[in-house]
Design a protein around this ligand. Sequence first.
Ligand code: ADP
Length: 514
Amino acid sequence: MRDRPIPREFTSPGGWAILAWGLSLLLAAGAMALWQQRSLTQELERESGVLNRLVSQRAGQHDAHLTALSAIASASAGPERELFLDVASTITHFYPRIDDVQLVPLDPRDPVIGTGPLAPEVADLIRDAARASTGGIALMPYPGRAHHYMMVKRSPNVPEARFGLMLGIDAEKLLDEAGVFWRRPGVVLALAMPDGRLLAGQDRPSGAVRSGRVIGSASQTLILETGLDVGWADRLPLAPAALLFAFVSLAYWTALGAWRQRTRTRAVAEQARINALESRLAHASRVNALGEMASGLTHELTQPLTAILAQAQAGKRLAAQGRGAALESVLDGTIAQARRASAILERFRDWSRPRPASAAAFDLRDAVRNVQALLAPEAASGGARIDCSVPGDPVPVRADPVEMEQAAFNLVRNAIEAVAGRPDARIAIDLRSAAGRAVLDVSDNGPGVPPGIRTVLFTPFATTREGGMGLGLALSRRLVERGGGDLDLADGAGTGATFRISIPLAGDTEEDGS
Ligand code: ADP
C-alpha cells in the first residue's frame, strides 16, 4: 500500500530555502556593514576631537611665542638684535613647525632682523598688516611657500608700533604625530585657512563620512577637516564577516532542519490519520453495500436451499422405499449444495470483515472473479448480464487485495445502477496486461456520465443519484492510488461509460521479488 508522498520541500533543500538562506546572509551583511560604518564614524569623531585639541594646543603656543618675541623687540629703544635672534632660533629649533621668525621695522630703511632671508614683497606685506593692526594677530598665507601661513603682530602693541613681528608656520608639521588612526587607508586629513584655502593635506576629505571644525585658537581660526572613505573592506572585514556568515548559516540551517523535522512528523501523523479514516470509510461502504446486496444474497441462497430441500425430500422417500444405494448420491448432492450455500455466506462475510492491509503481490484476476461472483445475482435481479474477460496468465499487482476488490466492486455496482431498467442491459469487465500495467475496464451500455458531473466525478459528494452519497468514485480512486495506480473515466459520452483502473504489474516493479 502506498501513501501520499511527503512534499519534496520537507525532504530536500528547495530553491526557496537556499534563497531565504542567501537573504538572511544578505541581511546579516547589511547589519554588519551598518554597524561597522557607525563605529567607524564614531571613531572618526573621537579621533577628530583629540586631534583638534592637539592642534589647538600647538596653535596656542604660537601666541605665546609672539608675545615673548614682541616683549624682547620692544624692551629697548631698538631691538637687541643678538638676543632677539637667539630667542628666535631657540624657538625654531624646539618647534620645527615654526621655521621663520622675522622682525620687520615699519620704516623700510631700517634692516629686517630674522632667522632667514626675507623677500621684499613679503616684508611689505608684514608692514602693511602691522600698520593695519588694531592689536590683534593677522593671519595670512605665506606667499611662495607651500603649506605655510604667517602670523603677524604689531610691536609694541600700540598704535605707534615700530615693527611688524612675523612667525612663519609649516601647517603640515602642525599635524605631525597626529596618531596611527590618521595613517590608515581611506582616512583624509586637511588643514585650511579660514577662507577655505588648503594649507596642509593632499586632498579635501571626500569620504562618505566627514567632519570639519575650527580649531580652538582665537588667533588662528584654521579649519581642521577630517574624513573617512568607508570602503567595503571596512564595512565587511574578512575574518569577522566570515565568522558572522558561518554563525548565521549554522543558525539558519539548524532552525530549518528542526522546522522540517516537525513538519514531517506532522505530515506523517496526518497521513496515518487519513489512512485510518479511509480504511474505516472503506469498511463502512462494504457493510453498506452488503445491506444493499441482501436481495441478491437471498436470490443466491434460494437456489442451493431449494435444492437441499428437494434432495432431502427425495432422500426421505428413498429411505422409506429402503433404496440405500440411491440414497448415497442424493446425500452427496445435498452436501454439495450445503457447501455452496456456506461458500456464498463465507464470501459475503469476507467482504464485510475489516482485514489488515497487505502489500504482497496478488493476482488481480481473483479480485475480478470475486466481484463478478458477488454482484452477478444483483445484476441478474435487475435483468443485466455481466460479461467478464480475464487473461489466461496471472495479473500480479502489488496492492491490497481487499482495497482493489472494493474499487472494482464500486465500479461494477455503479454500472449495474446505470443500466437498471434497460431491456438490453450489459456490463463488461475486461482485465488485461499492457505495457507493464494491469488495465481493468468496467463498461456498461447505460446513459453515460451526465456532462455536468464529469469534471467533479472523483470529488467527494458529487452525485446525481437520488439517495447517493457521491463517495464511491472518490474512495475508489483513493484506494487505487494507494496501490500506486490510477482510476479514470476512459469513456463516458452518450453510449455508456467505461471506467479504467490502471496499476503497475508487480513483476515490473524494482522491489518485486516474487
Ligand atoms: P454515488 O453512486 O453515491 O452517486 P459515486 O461516486 O459512485 O457516488 O458516483 C458519482 C456519480 O457519478 C453518480 O451519481 C453518477 O452520476 C456518476 N456515475 C458513476 N458511475 C456511472 C456510470 N457507470 N454511468 C453513468 N454515470 C455514472
